[in-house]
Structure formats: C-alpha cells, structure tokens
Design a protein around this ligand. Structure first.
Ligand SMILES: Cc1cc2nc3c(=O)[nH]c(=O)nc-3n(C[C@H](O)[C@H](O)[C@H](O)COP(=O)(O)OP(=O)(O)OC[C@H]3O[C@@H](n4cnc5c(N)ncnc54)[C@H](O)[C@@H]3O)c2cc1C
Length: 376
C-alpha cells in the first residue's frame, strides 16, 4: 500500500511506525513543514495506562520513551499557599522534542521517508497519488479545511486564555496552583518532564486577562508579570518562553472522520482540554486504533469505516470528561472561597470520572482528612 502522511507530529510519526512494522512493503512518505529539531511546547504527559498501550504497540519506542521519563504518582493542589497532595495517580512526563526525536529515529530505522521542511499544500493531489492519505497536520489542519463540508467540522473557541511556558523550578507531580490577584484568578498547570525543566501553563478567564492588560504586553513583560503572580511557587526561577503566546483553547470535533481515502488523526480530528491530560496521548492512541483496523482488512474504506465506528465513542467519552474539566477552569473564580482541602476534592472529581470511593482507593489518607474536615 502507498501512504502519504501530512504532519510529522506524534500522530503522523507513530502511525507510520506501526504500519511499516506491520508490513515492510508499505511505501510511506511523511511531509513535515518544520525541521526535525523545531518544536513548540515543553513536556507531554502520559498516564500509566497509555504507557501500557504504547508498550504493546511498539516496544522499541516504548523502551526509549520510558528511558527518558520522569514519573510521579501525586497531584498537588496549591490554594491560599497551602499544598494538598493526592497520591495513587500514575503519570509520566517527557520533553515533546525528545519524544519527537525518538519517533523520528524509529522512522529512520524502519526506512520511512520523512520530508522535513516540506509544506504539503495540495491535499487533493497527495490523496490522488496514494492509497491512503493521513491528515495528521494538527489543530489548524489544512486537510480538514480542504474537505470541511464533508467532515462537518465544528470549532468551539473557548473564552479562557492560556499560555504554555517552561520553568527550571521542578514540580514533582502534576501541580495545580491557584493565585488570586487584584486582576482576578490565575491557575497554573505544572509538572517536571526532565531533570532540569517543568512545563508551566498559565490559564485565566478573559475578564482577568483584560484587567491585567495582556493584549499589548510584550513577551518579557508578560513573563515578569506572571512570574510575580506565582513568585512563591517558582521559588526565584523565571518563566521560560518558547515562542509562547496566549491562546484560546479550540474544541475540535468532526461528525465524519474520513472522506474517500483521506482520514484525520490526532489534533486535526479532535482536541481535549489540556487540564485532563495530553493531546499527545490521544494522538498516539488514535494511531494505534487506526493501525489495528488495517490488521483486519486491506480495504481502505472498510478500515476507515471501522476506525470511525470503534474510536469515535472512545473519543466522545474522553471529550465529555475533558469538557467538564475545561468548564471547571473557566469558572475557577467561583470555587476560590473553598478551603484548600475542599478545593482539592472538587478538583479531583471535576470531570465526573473519579468519585469519592475511587479516590479512597487511591489515597485513603486524603479522603480521611477531607471527611474529617467536613465532619462526615
Ligand atoms: C502552542 C502549543 C503548545 C503545545 N505544547 C504542548 C506541550 O508542551 N505538551 C503537550 O502535551 N501538548 C502540547 N500541545 C498540544 C500538542 O501539540 C498536541 O495535542 C499533540 O501534539 C497532537 O499531536 P498531532 O500529531 O495530532 O499534532 P501536532 O503535534 O500539532 O503535529 C502536527 C504536525 O503537522 C505539521 N504540519 C501542519 N500542517 C502542515 C502542512 N500543511 N504541511 C506539512 N506539515 C504540516 C506541523 O508542523 C506539526 O509538526 C501544544 C499545543 C500548542 C498549540
């Protein structure tokens, strides 16, 4: 089979690896507009369950990924300067660039052609030229836009603003920090992903963002401002920029996932708010699911139909939980009156996926303190 893949992010690279492993006769070409070492962002997070999926799908890359991991089991909630730790959660972090380099190397080992610094602009031509065209070209996907009528895309631009920074302050756990300021409430999502660096995402509502006058504030001034908001948490470290910009989260959904021999994967297909995990996990698990559909049939249309039938309910379930979490952060100011232990509990149960009994299994001490605080 001849495959063209637009986008050399986690979805495109991983799908190429899995297909080539399944059948070395496949001819696979990836088109990536950036160079191998150009990237945005900082670290990505995987749960223990995702890691098991990656191990089953491709042990070689799993070994390399876990060799470069930082693992932890705690979620820390910081409110009014008090830190509450909730244990029993399994997460790991890796630098996005390190993950991409591992997957790129695996592609080289498997003789997959990756054309870096190559913009793919004529989607129809690339589709006509192969058996299967993968649109793994990220949240602003050209492939999706080319066939927008067919995919029936919905784009929901949310009101909160967020910005993706790094820091040399090490957060040993998934840390959610809230700071109330005269401008409004700021939330930080942070975790370490290598020995020297943490991801540090700052989120606020548009009222706070406007009051703080971020619209025309230069990058350095913004980092100084937010560095002051989180001064006690950053412990003297500054915020690091990597072409960081304020963004509104865009919730992407598609009613239909494929059109003839063209299918979307990863962020091009769907997004889920970063507060519930990483888009990278979903992108790579999409690749696993699509590859499995080709295990059962060589007919492209049958495989794509099966992919949509099997994977769509999983994604809809995930997006529903992520939606609850996103809305919680959009309304974070309404929860700031809660004492830290109650805020921590409300946060841990916000997506509706985890209830008190599940939390009790994970961390009985946390639930005991919570119940004592409420007199239960
Ligand atoms: C600013 C920003 C920072 C982020 N930082 C992080 C982070 O630190 N950690 C994290 O977990 N997630 C981060 N994310 C989210 C994360 O990028 C995605 O959820 C995840 O990478 C999805 O993988 P993907 O392969 O579907 O898409 P992407 O990783 O977006 O990959 C798509 C690729 O397609 C390429 N491409 C697009 N169009 C074309 C074209 N026409 N021709 C050729 N190539 C093309 C792009 O250059 C890109 O490499 C960030 C997102 C944004 C917007």
């Amino acid at each position: 089979m001849k495959l063209n893949i637009i986008g050399g992010g986690p979805a495109g690279l991983y799908f190429a690896i899995l297909m080539k492993k399944a059948n070395p006769d496949h001819s696979i070409t990836i088109y990536e507009r950036n160079g191998p070492d150009d990237t945005f962002g900082w670290g990505v997070v995987f749960s223990g369950k995702t890691l098991a999926n990656l191990r089953d799908a491709d042990e070689a890359s799993h070994t390399e990924i876990t060799r470069n991991f930082e693992a932890w089991d705690n979620v820390d909630v910081v409110h009014r300067g008090e830190k509450i730790s909730i244990h029993g959660n399994s997460f790991s972090g890796i630098a996005r660039i390190r993950l991409l380099n591992i997957l790129q190397q695996r592609c080289r080992d498997l003789n997959i052609t990756v054309n870096f610094q190559t913009e793919a602009s004529d989607t129809q031509k690339l589709a006509d030229d192969c058996d299967l065209l993968i649109g793994a070209d990220g949240v602003n996907s050209t492939v999706r836009q080319t066939f927008a009528d067919h995919f029936q895309t919905s784009l929901d631009v949310r009101t909160n603003k967020y910005i993706w920074y790094g820091s040399n302050q090490l957060f040993h756990g998934l840390t959610l920090t809230f700071r109330q300021t005269p401008a409004g409430v700021f939330a930080a999502h942070s975790y370490k992903f290598n020995e020297a660096t943490s991801t540090f995402i700052v989120e606020c509502d548009d009222q706070t963002w406007n009051t703080a006058k971020f619209a025309n504030m230069p990058d350095e001034e913004t980092r100084v401002y937010l560095g002051a908001v989180f001064a006690r948490d950053l412990n003297g470290h500054s915020l690091l920029s990597n072409n960081s910009k304020w963004i509104n989260f865009v919730l992407v959904k598609n009613a239909r996932w494929f059109h003839n021999n063209v299918v979307l994967l990863g962020d091009a297909l769907h997004t889920a708010h970063f507060s519930i995990g990483s888009g990278t996990k979903l992108a790579m698990e999409d690749s696993i699911a699509l590859k499995q559909c080709f295990d059962d049939t060589h007919y492209v249309e049958a495989a794509l139909q099966r992919f949509e039938a099997v994977r769509k309910p999983v994604i809809e379930d995930y997006q529903a939980a992520a939606y609850e979490s996103m809305v919680w952060f959009e309304n974070a100011r309404d929860y700031m009156h809660l004492p830290p232990i109650e805020l921590a509990y409300v946060l841990m149960t916000r997506s509706g996926k985890v209830d008190r009994e599940k939390l009790r299994q994970r961390d009985p001490a946390f639930i005991a303190i919570y119940e004592a605080a409420l007199g239960l």
